[in-house]
Design a binder for this molecule. Structure first.
Ligand SMILES: Cc1cc2nc3c(=O)[nH]c(=O)nc-3n(C[C@H](O)[C@H](O)[C@H](O)COP(=O)(O)OP(=O)(O)OC[C@H]3O[C@@H](n4cnc5c(N)ncnc54)[C@H](O)[C@@H]3O)c2cc1C
Length: 463
């Protein structure tokens, strides 16, 4: 009987466990996770801050699933180190867990800001459910928040804090959001949406200093401009792979645990998946992190198959799938490529009457290599498939391209909805009805269809 030990019970680790069990009824599967809470949807932490969902609503509805699959979860248990030679995982208690196959799926964590000893009140992070609850506990007296970073964590913080009426200033380290993924037009759409919500943006700025009164935060001094009043500083960047316990294993590269397309590390019995890993992007071969909920879920699939002895390759590339307030934002691959051999198709977007909708497909040397969608991501699933298959421009479905770039007003039947958790773009059939409960075919979350004022469907998490 094989023993599989999974380090980290987030979406990647959990999915791998499910897949291994499907292929191997006998295997012993153990997940070690320092998190004490049941599995929850991290992308919904902004809703928790906003007060629109409670903790019980962002905890996965199938709480008992792993127990039913006979997967043992050591919750509240930290992995202290990994011994690849002895094939053992060492727990912080000193206990050693031998394994036949191991999966590193420990995710990332936001780097602590210099000088934060955790003693002052007001400097916060938004990586976990306890982080979100901690922020909520400080909201009573808070009036002004500064959010540092252009991460999904930052966007979630803004979503929650604005809903609570707190003044928000975002310090962007770069000159725009998600450079390398969002192009300047898409970033401007995101910036405009935030400005409409009353959010102030200061670009190309770092934190220079913090102002305290006793042990309460009172202000943030940015590297550019005057001191900003702040009762809260949400540090939302950078996110670093959690690899401290892997020191000396030789498995960690420059940007995470380095794996090949089978998600196998340099050691044939050790795999890695999710935000902690860096793997070759299918369209460039470059070894990069490919973070995000859906990417982690898909990598968990592939790692699980390989651990169970069924060869599978991961064909992914960097992607961003999120919601900025109510604005869907999806981009894939080389979405902001420039230079020789690059051709871009973006129709007449953005239209005056729908300024937040923008779509773009990027070709390099005649092949589809990237795409951007804001405001409506109906065709995102199709275009992602083209990139994955390495299709040439002439091989792409013309109907989809016409729908993207020719129709100024889209027929309702063409509209899809993004899964509220993994942001997979789902096709919604014409027979779909308002209020019906569906299941995301990618991550399995249940959602309800709500009709938006423009007739399109929006998927809302069912707690
Ligand atoms: C506020 C917020 C908003 C987000 N919004 C979006 C979004 O809109 N779209 C999107 O695609 N993604 C979003 N994400 C990112 C998404 O949640 C991650 O990409 C995804 O969770 C990665 O999954 P993972 O399994 O790799 O890692 P994680 O979900 O981070 O799980 C890793 C697990 O490993 C455990 N662990 C770490 N080290 C150890 C150790 N030494 N011992 C034991 N256990 C350990 C941790 O406790 C954790 O449970 C968001 C994340 C946050 C925090």
């Amino acid at each position: 009987m094989n023993r599989h030990v999974i380090l980290g019970g987030g979406v990647a680790g959990r999915r791998a466990a499910e897949i291994i069990r499907k292929r191997d009824a006998e295997a012993e599967i153990v997940i070690v996770d320092e998190q004490e809470e049941a599995f929850y949807y991290r992308p919904m932490l902004g809703e928790l801050l906003a007060g629109t969902l409670g903790p019980e609503q962002i905890i996965a509805t199938d709480k008992e699933r792993l127990a039913q699959l006979d997967v043992k979860v050591l919750a509240g248990t930290r992995v202290a180190s990994l011994d690849p030679k002895a094939q053992e995982v060492v727990l912080s208690s000193g206990e050693r867990l031998p394994f036949d196959k191991a999966l590193i799926a420990s995710g990332t964590r936001t780097e602590k800001i210099a000088g934060d000893d955790g003693k002052g009140r007001g400097v916060v992070y938004l990586d976990t459910l306890p982080d979100a609850l901690h922020i909520n506990s400080l909201l009573g007296a808070a009036r002004h928040a500064v959010i540092y970073g252009a991460s999904l964590h930052a966007i979630n913080a803004v979503r929650g804090l604005r809903a609570r009426g707190i003044d928000c200033t975002v310090l962007l380290p770069d000159e725009r959001f998600w450079k390398g993924l969002l192009d300047p037009i898409a970033s401007e759409i995101v910036e405009d949406r935030l400005a409409q919500e009353g959010v102030t943006l200061i670009k190309q700025t770092e934190i220079k200093d913090l102002v305290w009164e006793d042990s309460d935060l009172k202000g943030v001094v940015p590297s550019k401009g005057d001191k900003l009043p702040a009762d809260l500083l949400v540090v939302a960047a950078p996110q670093n792979p959690r690899v401290d316990y892997l020191e000396g294993t030789g498995l960690v590269g420059e940007n995470g645990v380095r794996v090949d397309q089978n998600l196998r590390t340099g050691n044939e019995n050790i795999f890695a998946a999710g935000d902690v890993a860096a793997m070759p992007a299918s369209h460039t071969g470059e070894v990069v992190q490919q973070p995000g909920w859906l990417s982690a879920w898909r990598q968990g699939n592939v790692a699980g198959l390989n651990m169970a002895g069924q060869g599978a390759a991961y064909a992914g590339f960097p992607a961003l799938r999120t919601k900025v307030l109510d604005l869907d934002v999806v981009c894939f691959g080389l979405s902001d490529a420039q230079g020789e051999g690059v051709k871009v198709e973006s129709g007449d977007y953005p239209y005056d009457e729908l300024p937040y909708i923008y779509k773009k497909v990027v070709y390099k040397d005649g092949k589809v290599v990237g795409a951007v969608f804001t405001g409506d991501a109906s065709e995102a699933g199709a275009v992602e498939g083209w990139i994955r298959k390495g299709l040439k421009a002439g091989e792409c479905d013309k109907k989809v391209l016409d729908q993207m770039f020719q129709a100024r007003i889209q027929p309702l039947s063409a509209l899809g909805a993004l899964c509220p958790i993994c942001k997979f773009q789902m096709q919604i059939g014409e027979e779909a009805e308002e209020g019906s409960v569906e299941t995301c075919p990618a991550c399995g979350a249940n959602f309800r269809l709500d009709r938006m004022p423009n007739g399109a469907f929006r998927a809302v998490l069912v707690g």
